[in-house]
Each structure stands twice: as C-alpha cells, then as structure tokens.
Design a protein around this ligand. Sequence first.
Ligand SMILES: NC(=O)C1=CN([C@@H]2O[C@H](COP(=O)(O)OP(=O)(O)OC[C@H]3O[C@@H](n4cnc5c(N)ncnc54)[C@H](OP(=O)(O)O)[C@@H]3O)[C@@H](O)[C@H]2O)C=CC1
Ligand SMILES: CC(C)(CO)C(=O)C(=O)O
Length: 337
Amino acid sequence: MTGVLVMGAGSVGCFAGGLTQLAGVPVHFVGRPRVLAALRKHGLRLTDQDGLDRHIPALQLRLHEEPPAGLKPDLVLLCVKSGATAAAATALGLTLPPGTPVVSLQNGIGNADLARATAPALRWHAGMVPFNIAELAPGHYHRGTGGALAAEGEAQDAALSAWQTALSRVGMRLDLHADLAPVQWGKLLLNLNNPVNALSGRPLRDELLQRGYRRALAALQEEALDLLEGAGRPVAQLTPLPPRRLLTVLRLPTPLFRLVAARMLRIDAKARSSMADDLAQGRTTEIDALCGEIVRLAQGLRRRAPLNARMQGLVEAWPRRRRPYSPAELLQALGLS
Ligand SMILES: NC(=O)C1=CN([C@@H]2O[C@H](COP(=O)(O)OP(=O)(O)OC[C@H]3O[C@@H](n4cnc5c(N)ncnc54)[C@H](OP(=O)(O)O)[C@@H]3O)[C@@H](O)[C@H]2O)C=CC1
Ligand SMILES: CC(C)(CO)C(=O)C(=O)O
C-alpha cells in the first residue's frame, strides 16, 4: 500500500492509523488542533491489553487539519463520531479522486450510507471496530478489550485486502464480509451498553459488575432483539454467547455473572465507552445512532421501543442533570424497577 488517510484522528483513528503505520504503510492523519498538538509534542504511543507498547516519534507522523489536496490514498478510514459524518464526507468528497475507497470505522448502522449519499463519487464500505480504545494520556491510545476488525468487502477488493495483509503484520485481524449488516446490528446490541456506561459514570468493568446496570442493558437489548427478529434482520454473534443467551447471563447475580462471563469481563480497569468520553467532554453523543436506530426500527414495523426511547431521552437530558445514575436510579428512570 502506498498510503492510508485517517479522517478523524481520535481514539479509533489514532489506534487504527497508528497500527497501519507500524505495519509499514505511510499514514496521513486529519484531526483537530488539540489532538494534533498532542501528537506533535508526544508522538503516538499505542498500547494494548496483550502487551503491545510501540511509539511512533512525532517527526514520523503526517498530520493535517484538513484532507490534503492532491493526496491519492489507497484507502481512507473514516473515524469521526456519527454527528460529524456528513461534514467529514463532504470534505473527503471535495479533495479525493473519485472511486477512492473509504471504510467507516464508526458505530451505528447508517454512517456509511449517509456518507455515500453525501459524497457519492467515493467508494464507501461499512466497517466495525469491536474493541475499546481509550486516550490514556495526550498522544497515548490504549486498546482495552479484544476482537477482530470487520469491513464490508470481498477478498478481490485490492485496497481492503492490502490493508488486511498490512494489519496482519502487526497482529490485528481484519475480517471481510460481503454483507456487514448482521455484524453491525450485533455491534449495535453491544453498544446499547454505551448509554448505560456513560450514565453510570463508571469504567466499563465496574459498571458491568453491578447487576442493576446489567439489568438495564439486558432490557434494552431484549427490546432491540425482539424488533430485529420482527424485522427479519439477522444478528451476528460477537460475544462468546449468542445474543439471547447473553440476556440471561446479564441478569444473573454478580458472583455467578463473574464466573460465566469471565471472558467478557476481560476489560481494562480504566476503559470507558466512547459515549462516556462524549458526556465528560460536553460533546454531542451518538445516542441517536444507537438507541435512536432501535426507535426507528420499531417505527418501521409500526411498533414501539419505549425503553430505548426513554434511554435516548435520559442521555439527551444529561446536560441538565450532570450527576451519574446509581443502578437503582437508572432502573427507575427506565421504568424497570
Ligand atoms: N472509542 C472507542 O472505543 C470506540 C469507538 N467506536 C466508534 O468509532 C467512531 C469514532 O469514535 P472515537 O474515536 O471514540 O471518537 P473521537 O471523538 O475520539 O475521535 C474523533 C475525532 O475526529 C475529530 N473530527 C470530527 N470531524 C472532523 C473533521 N471534519 N476533520 C478532522 N477531525 C474531525 C473529532 O473532533 P471533534 O470532537 O472536535 O468533533 C475527534 O477529535 C465513533 O463512531 C465511535 O462510536 C467504535 C468502537 C470503539
Ligand atoms: C468497544 C465498545 C463496545 C465499548 O467500549 C464501543 O464500541 C464504544 O465504546 O463505543
């Protein structure tokens, strides 16, 4: 590969782009001044829960505030939050040659479609990042959970298979799927924990070790699964347990949950969901791309998704509350107590 462009140098962009550069591919990072200043000062450090600890010196980083004119990357990684997709796609559409492949490494279901509608000359692929990335210090990004990346595409797709080969050199698996929708819905089910985690004010591991929060998550997932079944949409299994079995396990008393879900609890003590970062920094959240997607799924079936709708309301009301929910408060606010 001659070059990859990361659009949105944040947690996912710096980690995925950094790994790609460590695999020997030149990477250009487009990001905000705060992140770029940190990278210029400290370079880019990548660590993970399996012992990875690599540093890319600042002088070896190609940093930009806008997609650079004239660049012809083999592949672009779209790594902005959902609310920034349209603007980022517009900027990419104005600078990149038609046909440039772009993988959306974003959560939610509709980002690649929205980007395609905004910049139809580019070749858009949905993607999926299963693991958590946290910015532990300026310029230091840490993978706190495991799993393989996924993207919509075929082995014959030159850019994607070249990226797959590059990533394999640094121990990262990329799975290609002709249809990524089941994987995206499977990921969305897991992401229904993002609002629970964000409102709990706790790291992911602590939150999941409280039965009340797990009951809230199971209820949100159950509502979503019932609707997905009603819509005839297949859901990929992204955890050791199938989605329906996971509901039972989430509802177990905590000592049993610890035993049964030991693999699921292999999460760094400090890891938090990306939505927790958004609430902490007063940014717009992705709640509409997560619970909002379930509400729209229900509307399409002329049904309702009261729990996901309520959760969306709680997240949107956060600026007026700014106080974490205890498990009992959250269950009550969702009408589950
Ligand atoms: N963090 C995680 O663990 C995971 C995140 N994801 C998903 O990945 C996506 C990215 O998340 P994450 O990396 O956490 O997000 P971050 O907010 O850490 O990173 C995105 C960065 O892109 C910047 N940005 C937005 N628009 C532009 C633009 N037009 N030009 C340049 N920079 C821009 C943002 O700045 P600003 O804030 O100013 O907009 C921000 O600094 C989301 O969809 C998320 O749900 C998926 C799996 C795990
Ligand atoms: C990895 C996971 C599920 C939880 O951190 C996530 O996607 C996020 O934080 O947005």
